[in-house]
Every structure is written in structure tokens, then in C-alpha cells.
Design a protein around this ligand. Structure first.
Ligand code: PXP
Length: 241
């Protein structure tokens, strides 16, 4: 199980004042030195946080895994192929949302992914991960496309307010992980994970490969420091590795 840190919100803070700091590339360096296996960023259509220049600097400076999270637009596919990260994570994206609101609707995107998106990315060695809700139908469709991995959307679990609802969501994630693993895909997970809810996830859900954590990690770093925060997440994960 590997921790990939999403540095989008270091860029959010930088962009709030139009200054050159804090620098997401410097944050990436600190995270990797603290033990993170790699870095994630989401280049959004509206460029609200990470920008092209950040992407190319991250590519130059990140030593571990680079995960390029994006919508499957023609422009983004061309940029990602040019950047050549280890992994592309395809997500749904709408301009109005505050953050990615759920997994891909695989029924909706299936034909387009099959005829346009996968053939184009398959001309490269870049691995493909599809961000999906823990639904059997979506996971089946991801496997049918020949995806290398799924990233299970943990946002519903993270937002569950009662113990019963959390248990229910953890059960769905566990079943989804087992199904994806059986179908030969790597199992990644992310969204809404923090220092309180990550442990139950990594304890309960099998076959986890990459865990992608952003907003809460950067938020905790305001109080704890980035290095200490990364180490705190790693300590939780290492108990179950
Ligand atoms: N994984 C995916 C696919 C995402 O879209 C996001 C948010 O950009 C994350 C993980 C990280 O979520 P968070 O910022 O809530 O940790």
C-alpha cells in the first residue's frame, strides 16, 4: 500500500494571492522526503489550482510515482501524453463542483472510453486508473475496458455521519476491492480521507495499492507541518501493510 499525496490545494493557497508561494513542487519534495511514494495532481479545465507550468515542473522534480488526474477531454489526453506520468486517473469533472463529486458513470462513458480514450492512451506505457464508486456494475465495466486499476471513491464513506452508515460504506468498498482484484485490476482509493477515517479504511478494505490524499493532508499540515502530517498518515497505513 502506497501513499500518494495530492498537492492541488498547495496551489489553491498560492493562487489565492497570486504569489509564487507556497510552491506545490516544493511541497511534493517534502512529501517524498517524508516517505510518500508519489504525487497526484488534478489539472482541471478551469485551472483553479494546478496549472500547466506546475505539471511540467512536477514531472521534472518528482522522483516517485506521478499520477495525473484529469477529465478525459481531447486537450487533457494530449497534455497527459506529453507529460508522460506513470499513471493517468480519469475522473468526471464539471465546472461548478467544489471538488470531484463522485465516480465515473461507466455506462455513460463506456463507448467513448472504448473507442477514443483507451486506444489513444494505450499508444503509450502510461497506466490507466478509473475513478469509480464502489458499485459492481461500474467495476465490471472498468475491467471490460481493460483498465489497469480502479480508484474507489471513498467520499461517501468519508461523509457518512453515523457508525452504521460508515460500516455500510466500508462494506461496499471491501466488496468492490475484492471484485476489482478478482478481475485483475489494481485497487486504489481516495477522496475525503483524513487522519481520523483512514485507519478504518485501510484496516477493512483488502488489496489496496495507492491511497490518494489531498485536502485533509494539506489542511492538517497547517497545524502539524507537512513532513509530520505525511509521516502520521504513513504510520496509520504501515500498521496494515
Ligand atoms: N482521488 C480523486 C480521484 C480525486 O478527484 C481527489 C480530489 O481531487 C482525491 C483523490 C483527493 O481527495 P481529497 O482532496 O479529498 O483528499
Amino acid at each position: 500500500m502506497r501513499l500518494l499525496v495530492n498537492v492541488d490545494h498547495v496551489a489553491t493557497l498560492r493562487n489565492a494571492r497570486g504569489e509564487g508561494y507556497p510552491d506545490p513542487v516544493e511541497a511534493a519534495r517534502v512529501c517524498e522526503e517524508a516517505g510518500a511514494a508519489g504525487i497526484v495532481f488534478h489539472l482541471r479545465k478551469d485551472r483553479r489550482h494546478i496549472r500547466e507550468a506546475d505539471v511540467y515542473r512536477l514531472k521534472e522534480n518528482v522522483k516517485g510515482i506521478l499520477d495525473f488526474e484529469m477529465a478525459a477531454t481531447k486537450e487533457m489526453i494530449e497534455t497527459s501524453i506529453d507529460v508522460n506520468p506513470h499513471l493517468i486517473t480519469l475522473v468526471p469533472e464539471s465546472r461548478e463542483e467544489l471538488t470531484t463529486e463522485g465516480g465515473l458513470s461507466m455506462d455513460t462513458v463506456f463507448e467513448d472510453f472504448k473507442s477514443r480514450v483507451f486506444p489513444k492512451i494505450r499508444e503509450t506505457d502510461i497506466e490507466i486508473s478509473l475513478f469509480v464508486d464502489p458499485n459492481p456494475g461500474d467495476i465490471e465495466k472498468a475491467a471490460e475496458l481493460g483498465s489497469d486499476a480502479v480508484e474507489l471513491h471513498t467520499g461517501t464513506y468519508a461523509n457518512a455521519r453515523t457508525e452504521e452508515a460508515q460500516k455500510h460504506e466500508l462494506h461496499r468498498l471491501k466488496e468492490a476491492a475484492e471484485q476489482a482484484h478478482k478481475l485483475g485490476m489494481k485497487v486504489n482509493a481516495g477522496h475525503g480521507l483524513n487522519l481520523n477515517n483512514t485507519e478504518a479504511l485501510v484496516q477493512t478494505v483488502p488489496h489496496l495499492h495507492d491511497i490518494s490524499i489531498g485536502h485533509a493532508l494539506v489542511s492538517s499540515a497547517v497545524f502539524m507541518g507537512l513532513e509530520n502530517t505525511v509521516k502520521a498518515f504513513l504510520e496509520i497505513m504501515e500498521k496494515y501493510n
